[in-house]
Design a protein around this ligand. Structure first.
Ligand code: 0X9
Ligand code: ZN
Length: 424
């Protein structure tokens, strides 16, 4: 069953969209510092929370927090112990901008050598639909963002399956604007599955000949474009609110909304929005998920920390499918490590920190269960780097795009195969 169509030909778009467009920033972070705080320091953690600071990473030992000079002073005044990390984030953003603005037009073969803008990437997906008309359909009308950008769904699978379509897999990227590597992983999965299918790769053929992969290439296009044009470190969508811009879409889903690990402050990076699924992005994508009733597994790519996270974020209690979710997550961790030696830790979401209203909790939650009569597998992967020492977390150098994608592609196939074989 296919509720789509909308395959358009845009070779023209592809051939003209050959450069990245400008990386222009209006917000600078010259006075900012990345600091670390001991995770065990409850007082410091409380101050971080009460001041709605921008936490970049959290693990057993450390919190990495990005603070302005004023915020740093405030922490000092409140007697918080912290260490300033030796990294100049603004210099890394400047260098990235110089590189992107001087980037020479790419060809198909070096697409993964660099990051790309939204429109350019849609053109690239269109060119794949042109090239593989029997395997790709693009629904360009899943929804619209606050700023009127389209939400797309790329459907991979034999277009002539129709009623014979067996199962579906959902993959989404770029819900958080600044996590650029996420979008690249969606692009790599689509590109590699298509080219490998054409080469006769049995694993891919077994999947696409019967099933369908639904890829949401940009969950948050407005935020993503904002990172190119104004603020490289923007995370949320672009909801206008005079008290503060943007909603964290990964706190806005209608599952235990607003219960834990979120903020009511519109200025916070984890602001959950005015109500559950208030955002056009969340609304449209939840609706589309429920309209595709054969989804046996779903995946949300984020950065950074190198983690494989399984449900739930809102409760410490293991879900009813904990055993299978742990098995596949642990297997994927091993698979990833085999490729370039990188360790991605497999843990429960709450072991990272509590969250509610996340996409991956919603997929594995009551609404989807009621509609489907079963629960899809649900994972969140935090991509490279493992930490921001010697780098700046979200500003992942372009030479790491391909290796990051290479280590995640086989783990993704393994996830798909496991879910198809052992549906919940
Ligand atoms: O906090 C988040 O939304 C994710 N981390 S990130 O640094 N990319 O922002 C983690 C969400 C994990 N929780 C669930 N998936 N429930
Ligand atoms: Zn994220």
């Amino acid at each position: 069953m296919r509720i789509l169509g909308y395959v358009t030909s845009s070779l023209a778009l592809w051939s003209t969209a050959v450069c990245n467009g400008l990386f222009t920033q209006t917000v600078r972070f010259d006075d900012h510092k990345l600091i670390t705080i001991q995770t065990a320091d409850n007082y410091a953690a409380e101050v971080v929370k009460n001041n709605d600071l921008d936490v970049w990473q959290r693990n057993e030992e450390l919190l990495s927090v990005f603070v302005s000079a004023d915020q740093l002073k405030q922490l000092e005044e409140e007697g918080v112990n912290f260490t300033v990390q030796d990294v100049n984030v603004q210099a890394l953003i400047d260098a990235e901008g110089n590189r992107l603005n001087n980037y020479t037009p790419f060809s198909n073969s070096n697409w993964f050598a660099e990051y790309h803008r939204f429109e350019e990437t849609l053109g690239w997906y269109d060119s794949l639909a042109e090239k593989y008309p029997n395997l790709v359909s693009i629904n360009k009308e899943v929804g619209k963002t606050h700023e009127n950008r389209p939400l797309w769904a790329i459907h991979l699978g034999r277009n002539d399956l129709n009623g014979a379509l067996d199962k579906q897999i959902w993959v989404q990227c770029q819900i958080h604007a600044r996590e650029w590597i996420s979008g690249m992983v969606c692009q790599y999965i689509v590109h590699t599955m298509l080219t490998n299918y054409e080469r006769g790769d049995e694993r891919v053929k077994n999947i696409l000949n019967k099933h369908e992969i639904i890829v949401i290439p940009f969950v948050n296009p407005d935020g993503f474009e904002f990172t190119w044009e104004s603020n490289r470190l923007w995370r949320k969508n672009r909801r206008y609110d005079p008290r503060g811009m943007g909603v964290d879409l990964n706190r806005n889903y209608d599952d235990h909304w607003g219960q834990t690990g979120t903020s009511t402050n519109p200025n916070s990076d984890i602001y959950h929005g005015p109500s559950a699924a208030s955002e056009p992005e969340t609304k449209a994508l939840s609706k589309y998920f429920l309209a595709n009733t054969k989804i046996v597994a779903a995946m949300d790519y984020h950065s950074y920390s190198q983690l494989i996270l399984r449900p739930y974020g809102w409760t410490r209690n293991p879900g009813e499918h904990e055993k299978l979710l742990k098995t596949i997550s642990d297997n994927m961790s091993t698979t990833i490590q085999k490729v370039h030696g990188k360790k991605y830790k497999s843990i429960k979401s709450t072991e990272l920190y509590p969250t509610s209203g996340s996409a991956s909790d919603w997929w594995h939650g009551a609404t989807v269960r009621a509609r489907y009569n079963f629960k899809p597998y649900s994972l969140t992967i935090e991509l490279r780097p493992s930490n921001s020492f010697g780098g700046a977390g979200f500003i992942l150098p372009p030479k790491e795009i391909i290796p990051t994608c290479q280590e995640n592609y086989p783990a993704f196939l393994e996830y798909v195969e496991f879910a198809l074989k052992n549906p919940l």
